[in-house]
Design a protein around this ligand. Sequence first.
Ligand SMILES: [Zn+2]
Length: 185
Amino acid sequence: MDKLTPQQRHKNMAAIRSKDTKPEMIVRRGLWKRGFRYRLNHKRLPGHPDLVLRKYRTCIFVNGCFWHGHQVQFIMQNSQCIIESSECCKIPKTNREFWVNKIRRNKERDSEEQRKLAEMGWHCITVWECELKPSKREETLDSIAFTLNHIWLQDHHAKIVQYPSMDEDDIQMSMAAEEDGEYRT
Ligand SMILES: [Zn+2]
């Protein structure tokens, strides 16, 4: 049984959540150092992404492995949801049902928000807390930078292919019109 009152539990969870801000700082500093500029906690976008890079049309979420259920497996068994803990997200044994539901809801919300963002034309990158451990940090930040540059090139390549060919047509048409004497007064 859960021995905490809802208020106590809320307080506990808020305290744990605010400690989770550190991984976000690592991502911010790392990207800033690599020349990327961003906005923070964009309130008007679904899910309030931690970092928003408008130029790259990309939202970055820095997720705590426990709260967002990194690598957990959900298995439906006799219409009951069983969760399998992962290395990153170990579901507490006490009050297990509460945590299973909590983490499942968080994961559902995450994917729903990212689906909405994708519909609005945003790319989403999720960075996991475990990928920011000192031994992995630089590699993770380099790979985010690589992904952002790749996104930028892809988006702009599409435009380069489309627009100049239209411009060329316009120029040719107006040249042809001039030759026909249409522009003479
Ligand atoms: Zn993890």
